[in-house]
Write a protein that binds this ligand. Structure first.
Ligand code: AMP
Ligand code: MG
Length: 341
């Protein structure tokens, strides 16, 4: 269904009424499921942090359905901001802009900037339009866990902790939005996501990437960078390299885990699956179609927990295009256990 017809959907109307009352509602977007609350309500924003167990210094992205809503949220939109909004909104691009006066301080974790995006999902847009308020929405998972790409993932993590959940089926992109800071002189990429660096550079020319983007650090520019993220319960290793060398190293690490008595799982793609031997070999997508890997990534990471794998070896990808975003998540999921083949 499209957004105009969904405006009449009783479930979405009810969820929007709840948002207006300061309640928190999980809903699908084109990236992952979000846990939304009125960004102008302290009570709602507190509830989001509480439900997720999210550290207070990790700011939230504010979601809008209409660029008119930006007036009270940001001090100003630079010309490149307008260009980016025209080109990529609605879509998986979050813009960091100088903060206006209507956002409650906790949304931005005390920073003087605010992250804003317009999601490209009919349910999300209908919900936002009906609610009529800017909606702060981090991913709808428990803090530290893989982001939810299906309603069942949200339910698994947050049942009993949230007021409502809208099931809109599996999300499309599968990884979170790209975060681009345009509050300063030069645009800086803080998190790779659904919009690739190449797509941004087609509009902006060469952009800078934050040096700390790939590793956990103490005082990052994007506060979310420093936390344990996306991690399965088991110990995960990420192997970087190419061709046969890469595959051999993956198998070698898996064998080592097996020898040490671990429940071993390998994460790979459909094309490479038959190469490996381990208790579990999961393909998260097709190597030749990076968008399928992005779509399947979090489901795969969640499956390792369900299976009870306590030693996971993941095959790395060349860090370009959507694979760049996938690798960014895998490096964090592996908590620094990155091995070069
Ligand atoms: P999530 O909503 O869970 O996808 O996480 C939102 C991401 O956006 C986190 O990495 C935040 O640190 C980042 N973010 C949100 N607002 C800002 C901001 N004002 N400045 C820098 N990073 C931000
Ligand atoms: Mg998140």
């Amino acid at each position: 269904m499209d957004t105009p017809s969904l405006l009449h959907h009783p479930g979405i109307q009810r969820a929007a009424a709840m948002l207006k009352k300061g309640k928190v509602v999980a809903f699908p977007t084109e990236t992952v499921y979000g846990l939304g609350g009125d960004a102008t309500s302290e009570k709602a924003v507190d509830s989001i942090f509480e439900a997720k167990g999210r550290p207070s210094d990790n700011p939230l992205i504010v979601h809008i359905a209409d660029t008119d809503q930006m007036k009270s949220l940001v001090r100003e939109v630079p010309p490149i901001g307008k260009k980016l909004m025209n080109r990529f909104w609605p879509g998986p691009l979050t813009l960091i802009l100088p903060q206006g006066d209507r956002v409650v301080p906790r949304v931005t974790a005390g920073l003087d900037t605010v992250g804003i995006r317009m999601p490209d999902h009919p349910v999300a847009l209908a919900l936002l339009k009906l609610a009529g308020v800017p909606v702060a929405a981090p991913s709808a998972n428990l803090s530290g866990k893989p982001s939810p790409t299906k309603a069942t993932h949200v339910w698994h993590d947050l049942a009993g902790r949230i007021d409502a959940l809208i099931d809109g089926g599996a999300t499309g992109v599968g990884v979170e939005s790209t975060v681009l800071d345009i509050s300063g002189e030069i645009p800086v990429l803080l998190r790779p996501g659904g919009i690739t660096r190449t797509m941004l550079e087609e509009v902006l020319g060469p952009i800078q990437a934050d040096q700390n983007m790939e590793q956990p650090v103490i005082s990052p520019r994007s506060p979310g960078m420093k936390y344990r993220h996306y991690a399965p319960a088991g110990k995960m290793w990420l192997v970087i390299g190419e061709g046969m060398e890469l595959k051999k190293k993956v198998q070698e690490l898996a064998d080592q885990g097996e020898k040490e008595g671990h429940q071993v799982a390998i994460m790979t793609t459909e094309e490479h699956r038959d190469f490996y031997r381990a208790r579990w070999v999961l393909a998260c997508g097709k190597y030749r179609q990076p968008e399928t890997v992005a779509q399947g990534l979090y489901e795969c990471l969640r499956q390792f927990d369900q299976l009870g794998a306590d030693w996971i070896v993941a095959e790395g990808f060349p860090p370009v295009g959507l694979f760049h975003s996938v690798m960014n998540r895998l490096i964090k999921a592996a908590e620094g256990r990155v091995v070069h083949s």
